[in-house]
Write a protein that binds this ligand. Sequence first.
Ligand SMILES: *Cc1c(COP(=O)(O)O)cnc(C)c1O
Length: 420
Amino acid sequence: MQKVYTKVTDKLDFFQGVDPTELAEKYGTPLYVYNERILRERCRDLKNLVTYPNFVVDYSAKANGNLAFLQIVKSEGLEVDAMSPGEIYVEKMAGFEPHEIFYICNNVSEEEMLYAIKEGVITSVDSLSQLEQYGKLNPGGEVAIRFNPGVGAGHHEKVVTAGKKTKFAVDPEFIPQVKEILKKYNLTLIGINQHIGSLFMTGEAFVKSIGSLLEIAKQFENLKFIDMGGGFGIPYKKEFDEAPLDLKDLGKHIDEALYKFAEEYGSQVTFRIEPGRYISAECSVLLGTVHAVKYNHDKKFVGTDLGFNVLQRPIMYDSYHGIEVFRKSDVKSEKEETVTVVGNICESGDILAKERNLPEIFEKDTLCVLDAGAYGFAMSSNYNNRLRPAEVLIRENNEVVLIRERDNFEDLTRHFIPLK
Ligand SMILES: *Cc1c(COP(=O)(O)O)cnc(C)c1O
């Protein structure tokens, strides 16, 4: 196997001696590959974010909800949040207790809310109407509310989830109405939460939002927890040495705010965060195979099996993912070229990477898409009746285990009801 362009995975020792071209051959591509050691490191980074003692990291399972993945996260002492009954179901399967699950929902039906109530999972509602609905379903119960701190952040308009333009959360201006509804149904507000958006690379907006959230918190007595949300970014341009989020500096600023609040509030409230991407993105790559190389006019295209059914982020958010190249054959070239890497879906928007400078790529090469573990498999689909990929895990002892099988044709047709 030739390591044609493998700077980042080498530096991380991502494959730990495992040959990615052999993984591609054995399990087929597209293939999501996870590294257990890196996953565990990321969990620990965030567990150690602050020194404030009552601090819980809730992994945001929507970023990557594979069962084995959740089991590892649990073994690191993290708790989880859930966005749907389906996530609650899988999290329980992974061994999380109801009190370790935080259901953060928006615009859900009575049935979905009842599911969480019956499971004993704390629910956060994000509108006055959903608070009413909750009160009717569970009078006398405990509830949390997601507030909009008025500050948003994020890498793309679609993922900014606080501030003036978002559908999420309750505007603090409605606190008097919140209090009325709580009283009307004898509800106890045990926590408040926020989530300002995804993928911030500097902490200013996050720290500012915490300030606003704590001001909101002071308007309620006896809160048990305050959840500061997720959004911790990771550097997607590692091959250009993009700097990671400065957790040490961020942690210091958060710590200051938390200790000060606890002193004023008079109780040791539990603080939580809800990172998704930070924990799951960097411990995974997506392997694909080059099936065609061609020119259209003067543009060179590399045609792969990595369609947007497998990784949606590039077309959904214009996201950048680094690409590395491994080669089984001994074809050699010193050339570097500008190429556009595309998938096999019948849409011209099916572009994984636009105009990248890469070493010359040949048919049968194995491409390795970096930082694919967050919103990768989780957002994959069967579009074009393609099969969702398998997922494998490189364990700490270098053993490779299959943690999800590739879909098969039966999976595609399971729910059809033919006409008689
Ligand atoms: C998506 C989401 C998260 C996780 O966001 P990341 O950017 O992956 O950290 C956390 N909390 C809520 C409510 C979310 O919707």
